[in-house]
Design a protein around this ligand. Structure first.
Ligand code: HEM
Length: 352
């Protein structure tokens, strides 16, 4: 899920201020229409305020609670090992599109029981809005969402899309647009974000091979490493809020959009000594990578399991590699110029 594109008038920065603002849903509402260039419906539960937000969230929670995700550890591990091994046999390809994206999509296909859709999802590329090329365009995603919605209503078979299509909120079955909003974020939320995590981990160990060796020697630090990679890579750097809920009848001021900078919180020196250093043994790590407050990422357990399994697979392998200088990586502006922003193309070379 990329940052919901709206014209930002003000940015809230710093760990404490961002957490306080995220808790204050009256002052900073999520009732907004993001990405208006590519969609005209709300992403749900993301762009809905409490109390209705809670109803949607409670309906989706069973798919994402920890005990449910735990059932998929074995299959995620199989996917990770087999995709990693086949990538490393011929590591000339781009890590993002040939390893990270297929892995994320295979895992999601297993979790949603939609293995038949995995090749189609991979074909969209890491960002669903640019699936037809570099121009932002929701056409491919929307035709898929409409198709699965029609199928789910015509032939309900109990799978995840059938369950969602028949969902009742306040005793009314959800509308086609609500279905788009829910299923759309369930496909987009854990896509470019986890892709960035996998690519970022490969990049970091390629640049710092001794850190991988050290984790192999002391694998008990794996959970701290998961959290530190989440902090350092901050896949979702910021999300928007509006000071005037857009469903209200009042006129909407142009300067209503405020950005919550998760990135600034994750590099706040008052919380993190040496924030631009990756410290895989960092003890205290209250990062904001999953946000904070009522909209805290619902996919957080899924993301953490996937990243942990990825790290475990790297630890239990013997692979060592370096990063090719021809890779295309962008970095954040000063003072975070050593922190990767986007992996457009990541190329590695196996160490002999
Ligand atoms: C490393 C991976 C991920 C990161 C960094 C991430 C980040 C975030 C953040 C920062 C938010 C809060 C947005 C806000 O406050 O406005 C959020 C919300 C959300 N995320 Fe994730 N996410 C990740 C993985 C996932 C996955 C795997 C899924 C599902 C497949 C998912 C689905 C959602 C949904 C549905 C919401 C909206 C929750 C709500 O409004 O109550 N995310 N995510």
């Amino acid at each position: 899920m990329a940052v919901v594109k709206v014209p930002i008038a003000r940015i809230i920065t710093g760990h404490k201020a961002v957490r306080e603002a995220l808790r204050n849903t009256e002052l900073y509402s999520s009732d907004l229409q993001g990405d208006a260039d590519v969609r005209d419906y709300r992403q749900i539960p993301l762009e809905v305020d409490p109390p209705k937000h809670h109803l949607y969230r409670a309906a989706l929670a069973p798919f994402f609670v920890k005990p449910h995700i735990e059932k998929y550890v074995e299959i995620f591990t199989e996917h990770t090992k087999s995709l990693l091994d086949s990538f490393m046999k011929d590591p000339g390809a781009d890590v993002v599109t040939s390893l990270a994206l297929p892995l994320v999509m295979h895992n999601l296909g297993a979790l949603y029981g939609r293995e038949q859709d995995v090749s189609e999802w991979i074909g969209w590329g890491p960002d669903v809005w640019t699936a037809t090329g570099s121009k932002r365009d929701g056409a491919v995603l929307h035709s898929y969402l409409d198709r699965i919605y029609d199928e789910a209503l015509a032939q309900p078979n109990g799978d995840i899309w059938s369950q969602l299509a028949s969902l009742e909120i306040e005793e009314e079955q959800i509308t086609p647009l609500e279905f788009r909003g829910i299923a759309g974020i369930m496909l987009a939320g854990g896509r470019d974000t986890i892709v960035k995590m996998f690519a970022g981990i490969i990049w970091y160990f390629g640049k710092n091979p001794h850190e991988l060796i050290s984790l192999r020697e002391d694998p008990q630090y794996i959970d701290r490493a998961v959290q530190e990679f989440l902090r350092f890579l901050t896949p979702n750097t910021a999300m928007a809020r509006t000071t005037t809920p857009e469903s209200s009848q009042t006129s909407l001021p142009d300067d209503r959009y405020v950005s919550m900078s998760f990135l600034s919180g994750n590099f706040d020196e008052s919380i993190y000594p040496n924030p631009t250093t990756v410290d895989l043994r960092r003890e205290r790590n209250p990062h904001l990578s999953f946000g904070f407050g009522p909209h805290t990422c619902i996919g957080n357990h899924l993301a953490e399991f996937e990243v942990r399994i990825f790290l475990q697979s790297l630890i239990s392998s013997n692979y060592m590699w370096s990063v090719e200088s021809s890779s295309e990586i962008t970095f954040h502006p000063d003072p975070l110029q050593s922190v990767p922003h986007e992996f457009k193309n990541l190329l590695i070379r196996l160490a002999s």
